[in-house]
Ligand binder design. Structure first.
Ligand code: IPE
Ligand code: IPE
Ligand code: MG
Length: 262
């Protein structure tokens, strides 16, 4: 597959639109949603799938072209084993039931993360879904599963070192091109539901200049209106990428970094 090149936010100033082209979400608060209703935590995860559907639909209607959802972190294996296996089953079932529909809607489906710990059947479902939808271009839906930002960066660097023995001068562009999400622009908007204000080892590299939005709304309660509130907050931001406010009046298009180095 041909690798698209995207403007790196530290190497050049990216074009900024009214609607975020790429939204990345930490879907948090399923357990608390369930607990507040005296339900088991897994009921919250099940309900969270409804929010996923609603947000995908809303993103498509609003012209968002990339949506990345954090479904399972490399640290979530630390949870009780029955919750972990429920989450895996839920993922498997969602894939079986939804992939055809995603494809019909022109959605390209990708998974980022270390799949090696997943059951072979789940890996097969993921690969089939990716292959089926690979040429779709209306929305790229990426699911981060067993993903960790540090895992991603370490993997990228190790692959480069293995491929170029003796070299010690890798550039931002070379490392960026090795990351799991090398097929997508950096996120414009990051949303975390559930009230915590942390990154939890999500897209550490790519969030360099992403606008951060935190809401107390729990993921199962996150709907179209909640997404619009996040986008409205995004629209009110001044994305300076290191420049001054005064410069922005004159700025348009893409500028190379004046010093031109990596
Ligand atoms: C997010 O909800 C879903 C996953 C991490 C899989 P949580 O399960 O973390 O919900 P809380 O944070 O305990 O409420
Ligand atoms: C982050 O949520 C990971 C996902 C939403 C998949 P967590 O609930 O695992 O994060 P922490 O532990 O509160 O940081
Ligand atoms: Mg949580």
């Amino acid at each position: 597959m041909v690798k698209a090149t995207f403007t790196s936010s530290t190497r050049a100033v990216p074009e900024v639109g009214d609607v975020p082209a790429h939204i990345a979400v930490i879907m948090d608060g399923n357990g608390r949603w369930a607990r507040s209703r005296f339900l088991p935590r897994i009921a919250g995860h099940r309900r969270g799938v409804e929010s996923v559907r609603a947000v995908i639909r809303a993103c498509m209607e609003r012209g968002v072209t990339h949506l990345t959802l954090f479904a399972f972190s490399s640290e979530n294996w630390r949870r009780p084993s029955d919750e972990v296996s429920f989450l895996m089953q839920l993922f498997m079932r969602a894939l079986q039931n939804e992939v055809r529909r995603l494809h019909e809607h022109g959605i390209r489906f990708r998974v980022i993360g270390d799949l090696s710990r997943f059951e072979p059947r789940l890996i097969e479902l993921i690969r089939d879904a990716e292959n089926l939808t690979r040429d779709n271009d209306k929305l790229t839906l990426s699911i981060a599963a067993n993903y960790g930002g540090r895992w991603d960066i370490v993997g990228a660097v190790n692959r480069l070192v293995a491929r170029h023995p003796g070299r010690s001068d890798f550039s931002e562009d070379e490392i960026g091109a090795e990351l799991a999400m090398n097929y997508a622009p950096e996120p414009d908007l990051f949303i975390r539901t559930g009230g915590e204000q942390r990154i939890s080892n999500f897209l550490l590299w790519q969030l360099a200049y992403t606008e951060l939005y935190f809401t107390d709304t729990l993921w199962p309660d996150f709907d179209e209106a909640a997404l619009d509130a996040a986008i409205a907050s995004y629209r009110g931001r001044e994305r300076r990428f290191g420049r001054t406010s005064e410069q922005l009046g004159r700025a348009s298009g893409v500028f190379e970094r004046p010093d031109g180095d990596a």
